[in-house]
Design a protein around this ligand. Structure first.
Ligand code: SAM
Length: 262
């Protein structure tokens, strides 16, 4: 009897010892996998994954845990109050709008309230976000809104549409250099005005310092990089607002304060 108890005890010990080893091994693998993942996608100037094919659930879980605290979601009304005042001041009508990388669609929803839009388009590669907005669109039976489940680089290759206003908030940091070099000239042919926000390397550091948030998907690029890329195809009007050089003419532009052109 004692022998049987001892052998059962021995078997139990062997099994739990084995399981413990597997667990530790698993943890080591996970540690290296996560390390590799972060190096692969995060904080590199070039290389790593692009958002062009859509982000998986990891992105939405890590980056969207508190959407209301995000710029252009929690304060979307203030953004559109600013934009519509600026356009009203210059007596410029905005009849069409495209949102590139619309996420949860806060800017599309607010833009519809502030401008008398006849045509709206939303482009979003992540299926989770696209589907959320599709459901909202069909719930309210919105006819003049077209939603595309694709990346902006791919959409720009295909589209022939033109829009008075383009929105691109916190998206360009997810494109590769090559995608950006191809997309920006095409974008300048599609939108007359562009409301653009993109975090530079300095601002990505602020996010880490002030909000303890590290965006492993974002590419770190300098202000000089983005300005060089953009200024061939857009002129800077004011904070976040650009005008396409494809449409811009110094003598006919509707934004008349030419001092504020860079
Ligand atoms: C920080 S969120 C911003 C969402 C939205 N613009 C807003 O202001 O609420 C970044 C979004 O960009 C999208 N995205 C990433 N790469 C993209 C690409 N190549 N083309 C279009 N959208 C992209 C993501 O799927 C995500 O919805």
């Amino acid at each position: 009897m004692i022998d049987e108890v001892l052998s059962l005890y021995f078997i139990y010990g062997a099994i739990s010892g084995y399981l413990e080893k597997v667990k530790i091994k698993g943890q080591i693998c996970l540690f290296f996998y996560e390390g590799f993942f972060m190096v692969k996608v995060g904080t590199k100037e070039n290389g790593g994954v692009s958002g062009e094919n859509g982000f998986s659930e990891d992105y939405w879980a890590s980056n969207y845990s508190d959407p209301e605290s995000m710029d252009c979601i929690g304060n979307v009304k203030e953004h559109f109050a600013y934009l519509s005042s600026l356009f009203n001041l210059e007596v410029i009508e905005i009849n069409s709008m495209v949102d590139l990388g619309f996420g949860l669609g806060a800017m599309i929803k607010e833009g519809r309230k502030k401008f008398a839009l006849k045509k709206i388009c939303g482009v979003e590669p992540s299926f989770y976000a696209f589907e959320t907005m599709e459901k909202w669109k069909s719930k309210y039976g919105i006819k003049n809104l077209t939603l595309k489940n694709m990346g902006m680089a791919q959409w720009l290759e295909k589209t022939k549409g033109k829009y008075d206003l383009g929105l691109c908030n916190s998206v360009l940091q997810y494109l590769t250099n090559k995608e950006l070099e191809e997309a920006i000239p095409l974008l300048s042919r599609r939108v007359k005005f562009l409301y653009l926000t993109v975090p530079t390397d300095v601002e990505l550091d602020f996010q880490i310092r002030d909000h303890k948030f590290k965006d492993y998907y974002a590419r770190r690029r300098t202000r000089a990089f983005y300005q060089k890329l953009l200024k061939k195809h857009f002129t800077f009007i004011s904070n976040r607002l650009l005008e396409s050089r494809y449409f811009f003419d110094e003598e006919t532009t509707l934004f008349t304060n030419l001092l504020y052109r860079f």
